[in-house]
Design a protein around this ligand. Structure first.
Ligand SMILES: Cc1cc2nc3c(=O)[nH]c(=O)nc-3n(C[C@H](O)[C@H](O)[C@H](O)COP(=O)(O)O)c2cc1C
Length: 235
């Protein structure tokens, strides 16, 4: 069979395989909406006190855990729902201590602005999740982790980002809090020693929406142009 004909044959066969597998086709309308979702995702720190519909968080979490990629298919993410007032209080205390410490590391001329910024939604967010990585998961049989064990934690981040987008697609906001002492948090929540802390998530309906990052609006840090991050090798 001539070369052109053969490649056409392969295209047609792939098309038939897709149809047989019921593969969805994503059109321009969908792509535009996806782009909007990415621009409107935003880290949220101001929440309304309105609760999420019953089971909504659990269902969305299940979808994120069912679809996010992970090294060797290890799925090392562990999500803990933090609802107990004592535990929430411990997280707030942890944040206050850690944030005071963080303030000291800021350059003198930035301290005032830093201290004025709201960097968590711990008091308002109706739902809160502490997210960990099970460093000893047997799932995945170690594939991809031998030279880079940190890929387990990268996988957890993938699940968090998937959750972030899924929630925003339902009009629900999420804010990531990392200004915490991981060891203290692990003690307070009594998680296994072999889990490492990845992030603390505040979740609820946002009080306001914007396609511009709050840290950009406050004048802390504008987003760089993408070109600054995309280069050719040896450049
Ligand atoms: C790993 C990680 C940790 C973060 N920790 C915090 C935090 O402790 N406090 C905070 O206000 N925002 C935190 N953020 C949110 C970032 O500040 C935010 O993503 C960034 O300013 C860009 O804004 P955007 O998410 O709205 O695009 C964190 C984000 C990531 C990805």
């Amino acid at each position: 069979m001539p070369l052109m004909e053969f490649s056409r044959f392969r295209e047609l066969r792939a098309e038939n395989d897709r149809k047989a597998a019921n593969e969805p086709r994503f059109d321009d309308g969908f792509r535009r909406k996806l782009e909007e979702l990415l621009y409107w995702r935003r880290d949220v720190r101001h929440f309304s006190s309105v609760s999420l519909p019953q089971d909504r968080l659990e269902e969305t979490l299940e979808l994120a855990c069912d679809t996010a990629p992970s090294v060797g298919n290890s799925q090392p993410w562990r999500f803990i729902k933090v609802s107990d007032p004592e535990d929430r209080h411990a997280v707030v205390r942890n944040f206050q201590v850690s944030n005071e410490e963080a303030l000291r590391f800021q350059a003198r001329e930035r301290r005032q602005l830093y201290a004025s910024m709201k960097l968590e939604g711990l008091h308002q967010a109706p739902e809160q999740l502490a997210v960990f990585c099970n460093e000893e998961t047997k799932q995945g049989h170690g594939l991809g982790q031998a030279t880079m064990p940190e890929t387990r934690r990268y996988s957890v981040v993938m699940a968090i980002h998937t959750l972030w987008l899924l929630l925003r697609g339902q009009g629900i906001g999420m804010g990531w809090v990392s200004i915490l002492d991981p060891d203290q948090l692990k003690r307070d929540l009594a998680v296994p020693e072999t889990w490492s802390f990845v992030g603390y998530l505040c979740i609820g309906y946002p009080l306001r929406a914007s396609p511009v990052a709050e840290l950009e609006e406050t004048g802390w840090q504008a987003r760089e142009k993408p070109a600054a991050a995309i280069m050719h090798e040896h450049s």
